[in-house]
Design a protein around this ligand. Structure first.
Ligand code: SAM
Length: 286
């Protein structure tokens, strides 16, 4: 089978099927074999592994995954891509393509059936319009997960990786870092895709922690506090938590908690680490 990571091969397949890109599905297909090698290398896939791929497109990365893994399930929403995938993946008997919306698929059931409930690896060149719901959905639903290795917008990769006090730091950084250790594998320019996306991209690997890096009594309360603090970035934490309609925490209470933690009462949320948010959440939840 021809390597679809080769631009000419991708163009030939697209022409043969008269395929038209659908913008609404975030379709930017990879046409760079070096980037594909990097993704597969970073995902550390071995012959015993089960891999879930989100959005296989015409099957470019799926071919690489099928070569490296024991078994692959690829979930693709666009019905027009299904006959193409049947063609480009016909030599692989370890790949199943599901024509579904990934946000509606029961991934836990797939992990149970295909991998005996053991942690799975997720690999994808993600559709950018749903990056956050896909990643947070994987972490928050109790899917057994080993790692997620994905192509995302560069700016989003940066937000997932940074710590307190930087401009990209926010609710997404904290949410991701509560579940996983992020590592940016490579930056990928627009010319590695067809059609070219308007923004730069990056491959990020999120390795799920076996044990959470912080202990907190009520994680969902902590994330309410985190969201409220970053909703009003320029406001102090005491204002953010008071103005949030789902929290309405009296300012004196927040100030007292901050004092107990040895922090200044006028501090902003963007200065707090995950550990400090966990501590604040436990004090405010007492
Ligand atoms: N993996 C291919 C590649 O690297 O060339 C295609 C990547 S493209 C950025 C994203 C893919 O996700 C497209 O094939 C698109 O149709 C598919 N997609 C978009 N929304 C989806 C959804 N909700 N569920 C499953 N697949 C989706």
């Amino acid at each position: 089978m021809a390597n679809l990571g080769n631009p000419q091969e991708t163009i030939a397949v697209l022409q043969r099927y008269g395929f038209n890109f659908q913008k609404k599905y975030g379709q930017n297909f990879l046409i760079d074999t070096h980037v594909l090698d990097k993704i597969i290398g970073a995902a550390q896939i071995g012959p015993d592994d089960f891999v879930l791929e989100i959005g296989p497109g015409i099957g470019t990365m799926t071919q690489y995954l099928a070569e490296a893994a024991r078994e692959v399930v690829a979930v693709e929403i666009d019905t027009k891509l299904i006959p193409i995938l049947q063609d480009t993946l016909k030599e692989y008997d370890n790949v199943t393509v599901l024509n579904e919306d990934i946000l509606k698929v029961d991934i836990r059931k797939i992990a149970e059936e295909k991998n005996g409930g053991k942690p799975i690896k997720v690999v994808a060149n993600l559709p950018y319009y749903i990056t956050t719901p896909i990643i947070m959905g994987l972490f928050e639903s109790e899917v057994p997960l080993d790692s997620i290795t994905v192509m995302v917008q560069k700016e989003v990769a940066d937000r997932m990786q940074v710590g307190p006090g930087t401009k990209d730091y926010g609710a997404l950084s904290l949410a991701v870092q509560y579940y996983a250790e992020p590592y940016i594998v490579a930056n990928v320019p627009p010319n590695c895709f067809i059609p070219r996306p308007a923004v730069g991209s990056a491959v990020i690997r999120l390795t799920r922690y076996q044990e959470k890096p912080v202990k907190v009594n009520d994680a969902s309360f902590m994330f309410k506090i985190i969201r409220a603090s970053f909703n009003q970035r320029r406001k102090t934490l005491q204002n953010g938590l008071y103005n949030s309609s789902e929290l309405r925490i009296p300012k004196e209470k927040t100030v007292a908690a901050l004092e107990e933690m040895g922090l200044t009462p006028t501090i902003r949320g963007e200065k707090l680490s995950l550990e400090e948010f966990a501590q604040l959440s436990d004090i405010l939840g007492r």
